[in-house]
Design a protein around this ligand. Structure first.
Ligand SMILES: C[S@@+](CC[C@H](N)C(=O)[O-])C[C@H]1O[C@@H](n2cnc3c(N)ncnc32)[C@H](O)[C@@H]1O
Length: 381
């Protein structure tokens, strides 16, 4: 693969991650489910991609997310947040806040419109990113820092808005393939000292899921059991309010389309995307697209309603992105042009506008949400 060479220190780090994986494979008798491999290479404390010191997000990292592209994204989300906060829920909980860019942009806009929440909680698995988000908030909204708190687990009986951008795709997935002999589950083995795929007959839950989806022989795909479990836990933790997730993915019918017979697993290393999860373990991101039908199903089973589902473009326009753009004077091209380009990237169907979706899940929350008033696609789930 033609990918940039890591520094000698980075390569050594990756070798330590691979050694940890090999130890765990040996302890497990020679085979680890792919989801456990993904969890280790992304989140093993001090070792995993998100848990160790790599830059990860932004221009100098491996990939760029919407909040890193422009504060317009967070400013738009602040308007959806304000609608929920106006119903008497006075807190925001952000899951997987990364660098803190979304938190800073949302808080700044909420302050501008006079709707700063009593508290802004951040649930982030990575200790490294918890520190980074603290630094971002201290630099961008220092006077609001006392409202921000970092959590290690979902708070019980939370009332307010839960928000997560590109967090569901970062949760470990299982991989299955359909063969003439039945459904198999992907795992990781060591072959001649190297990490490699190892396939086993799938356990009943994965086999039933592949059969329910009627996947044809030859089809390989991911099943996001961790994201579903997370949504169920969220349904139990949310006493009242709305959970809003934005991510790339599709409804079930499109996700398990013949076009995607090799699945959606994707790795990002220095702004190049490729499909080999064993390349430099610990130095690259590993992700899969989100099956939003499965998310909606898990949410409903956990007592939540689907309040809306649409494309990122439609959602951001519904949040007032156009009005936010109008605030930037076009006669100041140094400010206007980069933000116009960023807005275009966020909403263009050829970029993030159509592949990314927004889903809103509600618990004891009556109203429709304005951001989904036009172009709601809940019926497609
Ligand atoms: C792709 S990054 C996105 C970061 C940020 N939301 C953004 O849009 O720039 C995924 C983030 O989710 C976090 N994460 C993944 N699973 C999580 C979980 N179960 N709870 C909390 N954070 C999680 C990762 O540590 C990482 O910060």
């Amino acid at each position: 693969m033609d990918l940039p060479e890591p520094s000698p220190e980075a390569r050594q780090h990756s070798e330590r991650v691979a050694a940890r994986v090999r130890d765990e494979i040996a302890a497990a008798g020679g085979w680890l489910p792919f989801s456990r491999y993904m969890e280790l290479v992304l989140y093993a404390p001090g070792l995993g991609y998100y848990s160790a010191g790599a830059r990860k997000l932004g221009r100098d990292g491996d990939f760029t997310t919407a909040p890193e592209i422009s504060p317009l994204f967070g400013a738009a989300l602040a308007h959806a947040a304000a609608e929920v906060l106006a119903t008497g829920c006075d807190a925001i909980l952000e899951v997987g806040a990364g660098s803190g860019a979304l938190a800073a942009a949302m808080l700044a806009e909420l302050e501008r419109i006079g709707r700063v929440p009593r508290e802004y909680l951040i649930l982030e698995l990575s200790a490294d990113l918890r520190e980074r988000s603290r630094d971002t908030l201290a630099a961008r909204v220092p006077h609001l820092l006392d409202r921000v708190a970092w959590l290690n687990r979902l708070p019980p009986a939370f009332e307010g808005l839960v928000v997560g951008n590109e967090v569901l795709d970062a949760m470990p997935v299982e991989i299955v393939r359909v063969t003439d002999a039945g459904v198999e589950q992907a795992g990781v083995v060591v072959t001649a000292g190297a990490l490699a795929w190892g396939w086993r007959p799938a356990p009943p839950d994965l086999r039933d899921e592949a059969e329910r989806l009627a996947l044809p022989p030859g089809y390989t795909t991911e099943i996001g059991l961790v994201a579903r479990a997370f949504i169920r836990a969220l349904g139990a933790a949310l006493a009242r309010g709305v959970a809003l997730f934005i991510d790339y993915g599709f409804p079930e019918r499109e996700f398990y389309h013949p076009q995607r017979a090799q699945g959606t697993l994707m790795c990002h290393y220095r702004h190049r995307a490729h499909g080999d999860p064993f390349f430099l373990p610990g130095l690259q991101d590993v992700t899969a697209h989100v099956d939003f039908t499965a998310i909606a199903r898990a949410a409903r089973a956990a007592g939540m309603d689907v309040l809306g589902y649409t494309s990122q473009a439609q959602f951001l326009l519904g949040c007032g992105l156009t009005d936010l753009m109008l605030r930037i004077p076009p006669e100041d091209p140094a400010r206007y042009l980069p933000q116009a380009a960023a807005a275009q990237k966020l909403v263009s169907p050829a970029e993030m506008g159509e592949l990314f979706k927004a889903i809103a899940l509600g618990k004891r929350y009556a109203g429709p949400l304005a951001a989904f008033a036009a172009g709601d696609r809940t019926a497609s789930l």
